[in-house]
Design a protein around this ligand. Structure first.
Ligand code: CU
Ligand code: ZN
Length: 177
């Protein structure tokens, strides 16, 4: 009796192991960026991405900022190695649009907007969008780009940067596995 039950559960586990890779590609993809301090700042944080039903939900949590508004963008290159994060390049812009405000075309795919840090330097932001995908390698794929937080506010007008100033935190978006 024990032997039968064990054999059954092992068979089930094997079936699940086969089913999971296909399901993960279709939905439920996740990614994360760990934000490290840049340009001599003390800002650090984490950004998570999860795809459900054709939409990506991004959750940002940053601490160590100066109080007030700070631009946050997704930049083209997944490279935060430079001390000033200049290695991350310009804003992620797969549609060759002008810089602008999120949901008010024209705007870059990476134009998330502004974080507002509290007096204690903490900021949170949640964004849900069908403009992005996760881990599919398409031009809309967030994975492999970099999340950058700036010293100043994004004015949504100045091209192509929003006049957001220096880069105080940077993290490469990496797929969870
Ligand atoms: Cu930026
Ligand atoms: Zn932009």
């Amino acid at each position: 009796m024990r032997t039968t039950a064990k054999g059954l559960s092992m068979g089930l586990a094997a079936a699940l192991a086969v089913a999971v890779p296909g399901a993960a590609a279709a939905k439920g993809a996740k990614a994360e960026a760990v934000l490290e301090s840049k340009s001599g700042s003390s800002a650090t944080g984490k950004v998570t991405f999860a795809q459900h039903d054709g939409k990506v939900v991004m959750k940002v949590s940053v601490r160590g900022l100066t109080p007030g508004s700070h631009a946050i963008h997704i930049h083209e290159k997944g490279d935060c190695s430079a001390a000033d994060a200049s290695s991350a390049g310009g804003h992620w812009n797969p549609t060759s649009a002008a810089h602008g405000a999120w949901a008010h075309p024209p705007f870059h795919h990476g134009d998330i907007g502004n974080l507002v840090a509290s007096e204690s330097g903490k900021a949170k932001l949640t964004l849900e969008t069908d403009l992005w995908t996760l881990g599919d390698g398409k031009p809309t794929d967030v994975v492999g780009h970099a999340v950058v937080v700036h010293a100043n506010v994004d004015d949504f007008i100045t091209q192509p940067t929003g006049n957001a100033g220096g880069r105080v935190a940077c993290g490469v978006v990496q797929a969870d596995r």
